[in-house]
Write a protein that binds this ligand. Sequence first.
Ligand code: ZN
Length: 292
Amino acid sequence: MKKLSRLWRAFERAPGLAAIPAQWQQYCGPDYSVIQPFLRPTDMVGAAYPCRDCPARNCARDIDYGNGEILAVCHNSWHRRPDIPLTTADIILHRVDLPTFTQTVARPLGIRWQPPVARGHGAWGVGLAANEYGIERAVVLLVHTEQDRFRCALNRLLADSVEKFVLLSPTDRHKNLEVHEMLLRREIPMHTLDGCLGLNEDGRFAALQPGGFPLAAAEPPVEPTPIAERPEKVAAFLAKHRLTIKDVLVALNLDRRDFNRWRNGKLPDSSSKSKRIEAYLHTGPLPAKTTR
Ligand SMILES: [Zn+2]
């Protein structure tokens, strides 16, 4: 299994997941061929061109237009590199086709994919992922080039979402102490493409560790509720989420008899039904079940 760290890092270097082909090649290095099939031309042109083997570190050439020519011009005043003539195709910004890309990586990650829905700047809901009890949560992909913007976007996501969700980012570069604490307070697990996804021998995306995504490892097991507290806990849960018992039974695919047996302490704590109920009461309803 091959790691794709250069590629995921490139996602956090291209603003809006768009760059000219030469920049994608520079950012991705040997991983360029992996992302190339997902790049689509936009109707915008770039302003900078990579300056290879320039003595100045991180020199970016300007793209200049003059006399019907397009030139990439080095601005290193001491050792200026010769101009590079470019074609129109060279300067078109290419963006990652997010629907196709997320659909392709959803299967190895175990995400029930849906076409991406914008959830704020640089954030998209890309599907649902289930934990070991079958409780599903929205998976939100968050991609930003700058730490500040990442943190602001996350702040807004947390404010806008009453439900817990699973955060997915290309790398953990933006996860500093502050972000870590924001996520911890809301019990939001964060996973990275860098940590979860690689390339197998057939050149296809594959999970680096089967079962590593998305919820099981990040969540502590739910402790069984003391039997005496169960009726009150259920009543408070229904009131909080404005649900009926029937809603809960449908969501958990349970019949009322089993639910009552759990409530009266007649169902073993070790049974999968008990675990499902406890996890549901702990996690809260699916996004679709809320009354927002
Ligand atoms: Zn240069």
